[in-house]
Design a binder for this molecule. Sequence first.
Ligand code: UDP
Length: 330
Amino acid sequence: MNASILITGGAGYIGSHMVLAAASAGFTPVILDDFSTGHMDAITQGVAVSGNIADRALLRSILAEHSPACIMHFAAKSLVAESVEKPELYWKNNVEDAAILMEAAAEAKIPFIFSSTAAVYGMPEYTPMDEAHPTAPINPYGETKLAAERKLEEYRLSHGLNYGILRYFNAAGAAPGGVIGERHEPETHLIPLAIRAAMHGTEMKIFGDDYDTQDGTCLRDYIHVLDLCDAHLRLYNYIQTLRPSQPASERIFNLGTGTGFSVREVIETTAKITGKTIHAITHPRRAGDPPALVANGSRAKNILGWKPKHSDLATIIEDAFRFHQNERIS
Ligand code: UDP
């Protein structure tokens, strides 16, 4: 029988792609999702369980039934603006509930892979940012992700939990089949909004064009969701080689390409790929947006042997566009 991987948030954007990647790598995906933001029809493989990561009895029964080789934890709240409005929701979901899942992993001696974010760094002190960059989040989303990272380290020290952390820069794109993709409600991310503006002829907003960047708009490091999933499988293999005494600094990896694209460049590339004119109007800066977030991803490349294969901007937008076209048809 195939080994299984427990994928929390497997009905969400990145989690649903991880389900496909885990199945392709020969694992049976076991999905735990409460469907608060995930979509049942995003689950294309594996065994799905509807429930919450903080349900201890449910966790015990899933772990006993499937004995997963690893837990990959994607179930979290991830919108910066919402986190500012509802910090308590973010502390509950991303820290308190996540700690219950970590505790279950620690007790059952199951390795744990955690989806973290560049938001843990806050305002860049230098760029590109490596893992040693100071962590000083500027919003509750980043604060809660950093707090969850620290919990993992506590469980390593107290229970010998074997874990790894991936700090994503800007996740984007979709599996080329066009069946699963990014579907947040409300959508706040640049690439899906640019595609929607192109497809529907609606206006979109550029949040600030007076930053100290080449064209005045913010720079971001976009990374294809397929490359993120590949990094998870590599990290799974890598953490098997770690000793419990190896600290957080050896368990954390940035995932980014090292190249930043401006908001205007993303909009122009989207217009080219979709063959449409995009009406983009400059608005004031969005609160909490750093001017540039660009990763130094050398650690992941050198230690995990990870090399982004799908993350050029055109491929990201083409794959995302295919998904949005299918979404309109279905
Ligand atoms: N952005 C924009 N218009 C939009 C959505 C986003 O100008 O409708 C900008 C946003 O201010 C940021 C960049 O695009 O500079 C990427 O934002 P996104 O929300 O996609 O990702 P984030 O970097 O916030 O995680």
